[in-house]
Every structure is written in structure tokens, then in C-alpha cells.
Design a protein around this ligand. Structure first.
Ligand code: F42
Length: 148
């Protein structure tokens, strides 16, 4: 499967603006979260209902070459819908980290592995802990490993 096709920008203006700046600058601009200065990656998926290309900025959580995708959505009561895109097609996902863009395969984490990676996520972006406090749902996290 590929990730060619019609790009459908986010309905959130600040999100689609960040994606546009990130991509147009080759990852040199728009690569941090506003006033935090903390690094951001762009995750590309295929919409599991429309088949359109979706691009989602996420906080950069990286360890030993692997990345973690945290479906926090600020602690909202429902998962972000990109969660369902990952579930539907876990081996058809791309990550852009600064200038580097590469295909990954994702899998949702559970158990001890999840606990280890959740610590790494909170270390990279402490508000994740507050978001989890804020919602009854368990925030899903996906390990993204490079292909090949
Ligand atoms: N969100 C996080 O969850 N975690 C983060 O670490 C994070 C960091 C971050 C940093 C910078 C920034 O600018 C944004 C950041 N966000 C972070 C917000 C993130 O980029 C998303 O905006 C947020 O997680 C919500 O994701 P969402 O996929 O729920 O977005 C909605 C608003 C959306 O785009 N909806 C579209 C629409 O038209 O309403 C549909 C999107 C879609 O994928 N549709 C699928 C399709 O088939 O096309 C169907 C999906 C389905 O099954 O319903």
C-alpha cells in the first residue's frame, strides 16, 4: 500500500498550518510545539473511511530509533480519529522527523512494554501525565518502527 492520493488537511487551522510549514520547510520550521520548543513529528496515515491522506503532528517521543505515537488529544474523552487509521492499516504509516521522512509499522502497546514507553513519553512531554489524569479512557500508545 502507498500513501499517495488526495491530502485532506486537518479541520483545525493551527494543525494544518503546522503541517504546511513543517513540510514546506523540509522539517526545518514548524517542528516544535508553539511556545514549548519541544520537538514535533508529522505522522501520515490513510483515512480508514475516506481513503484520503491525513497528516497529524504529534510530540516527538523517540528512543533507540523507534518512535512512540501518543493518542492523547489533550485528554479529551474520545480517542483522536487518527487512532482508527493506525488500527486499520498499521503497516501503511509514515513519520517525518525534521528533514527525515520514512515508512514505519505501528503496533499498540500494552503491559510492561507500555509502562516503559509511557515513562519515556511523559519524560519527553510532561503534560501527557496530566492528560491521562483528565480522562477515563486509557490513552493508546503505538510503537512505530522503521521498515527495512
Ligand atoms: N495530538 C495528540 O493526540 N498527541 C500529541 O502528541 C499531539 C501533539 C501535537 C503537536 C502539535 C500540533 O500542532 C498538534 C498536536 N496534536 C497532538 C494534535 C493532533 O495533530 C491532532 O489534531 C489531534 O490528535 C486530533 O486528531 P484527529 O485525527 O481526531 O483530528 C480531527 C480533528 C480530524 O482531523 N478530523 C477529520 C475531520 O474531517 O473531521 C477526519 C480525520 C480522519 O482521519 N478521518 C478518517 C478518514 O477516513 O478520513 C476517518 C477517521 C474515523 O475513523 O473516524
Amino acid at each position: 500500500m502507498s500513501l499517495d492520493g488526495e491530502y485532506a488537511p486537518s479541520p483545525s487551522q493551527w494543525v494544518r498550518d503546522q503541517v504546511a510549514l513543517y513540510e514546506s520547510s523540509g522539517g526545518q520550521k514548524g517542528n516544535t510545539l508553539a511556545d514549548t520548543g519541544l520537538p514535533v513529528v508529522i505522522v501520515t496515515t490513510r483515512g480508514n473511511k475516506t481513503g484520503k491522506i491525513r497528516k497529524t503532528p504529534l510530540m516527538r517521543v523517540e528512543y533507540d530509533g523507534d518512535y512512540l505515537l501518543v493518542a492523547s488529544k489533550g485528554g479529551a474523552p474520545k480517542h483522536p480519529v487518527w487512532y482508527y487509521n493506525l488500527q486499520a492499516d498499521p503497516s501503511n504509516v509514515e513519520v517525518q522527523d525534521g528533514p527525515d521522512r520514512f515508512p514505519v509499522t505501528v503496533r499498540e502497546l500494552d503491559g510492561a512494554e507500555r509502562a516503559t514507553w509511557w515513562q519515556r513519553a511523559v519524560a519527553a512531554f510532561p503534560p501527557y501525565a496530566e492528560y491521562q489524569e483528565k480522562t477515563q479512557r486509557r490513552i493508546p500508545i503505538f510503537l512505530a518502527t522503521r521498515e527495512g
